[in-house]
Structure formats: structure tokens, C-alpha cells
Design a protein around this ligand. Sequence first.
Ligand code: PRP
Length: 195
Amino acid sequence: MAIAEIAYTAEQIRARIAELAEELRTDLQGDRPLLISVLKGSVIFLADLIRHLDLEPEVDFMSISSYGGGRSDTGVARIVKDLEEPLAGRNVVLVEDIVDTGLSLSYLVRTLHTRGPATLKVCTLIDKSVRRIVDVQVDYRGFTSEKFLIGYGLDFQGHYRNLPYLMAVNDVATLAARPQVLLQELPHSAHSGSS
Ligand code: PRP
């Protein structure tokens, strides 16, 4: 079995994002929403999503980290980079690349609610709901997956964010031992987004 294989092609992602944008457009009609991208993984999704929206969305960026560096099972987090825009009275959409345990999202939603947005919705490209530790509400999801995914914003030790498609990793141990191993194997046609 290959170390990793394409899970969602660039075309499948593009088509799904167009559908998500339509859902958002319908729900947010008449308003100018503020879309918040949680760095770093969601920037690619955000960039494609806003280009499918014709709502003149505003964007802002936020970055959080668990205390102590690594991922914390307590969900204790801190803001590394805060928003520039006030949220009071705004229709806000939090844009994530993936919701996994839900700890990051839980912290973010709690934090952002204290700032008084009129509405706060959550839109994620990937919902890995089987891994959930805390219950969080996801309003819009691109795909539900149980797989270990990389590409299209999702990295493995800093690699693969720029892939225009999503790959499912079958052999995590090999990738962990040699994080760049897939770089040599990426088919050019797939890398350009056609397969
Ligand atoms: C990812 C993703 C979410 C979080 C989800 O970020 O962007 O913010 O993990 O995981 P959780 O549901 O278990 O909290 P990551 O920490 O990988 O940072 P990055 O986006 O900068 O790569």
C-alpha cells in the first residue's frame, strides 16, 4: 500500500467549496460577514471560499497555541495572534481547515462569544468527528473523514500545505520517520490539481 494516496482531488474540493459558499450565501444574505481564519492551516480554504462568495466578506486572522507548546488534552490554549476587527454586532464565520478533538474550536468559540458577535457560525473543510473529545457545533462542513489527511493547508511537520489536493496517509510511521518522503512521489499531474 502506498504511504499516502489522494483522498480528495482539487476538483472535488473546488466543487464542494462552491456548494458550501452557496449555503453560506443563502444563510448570510443581506449581511456583510466577517470570516475569521484560524492560522495557519485554514488560509488556503479561506482564500478559495471567499472567492466563491459574492457577499463582500471581510476577513481577519487569529492564531492560538496550547500552553506548553504541544497539543494539550485539557484544551487550555492561548492567543498567539489576535484579531484586528471588533466582533460586536457582526455576523461572524469561523473558518477552520479541520476540527479534530474539538479542543481548539471549543476554546475559540468560547473566546469569541465574549466579544458579542450578532451570530457566530463555524465552517470547516474537514470534520474528523470520530476524534472528538469535546462537543462542538459545526455549522458548515466540507467533508467528514476519519483519515489522517495532509495537503490543501494541512501540514505534516511543515510540509505539504501547498498541495492543491488532500492526501490520506496510510503509513504514518514511515512519514514520521521521513517527513519529506512523499515529496519525491507526488505526481506532477496531481500536483497541478488535475487528478
Ligand atoms: C489544526 C487545525 C485546528 C486544530 C484542530 O491546527 O487548524 O485549528 O488543529 O485540532 P483539534 O480539534 O484537535 O483542536 P494545528 O494545530 O495543526 O495548526 P496549523 O493550522 O498551524 O497547522
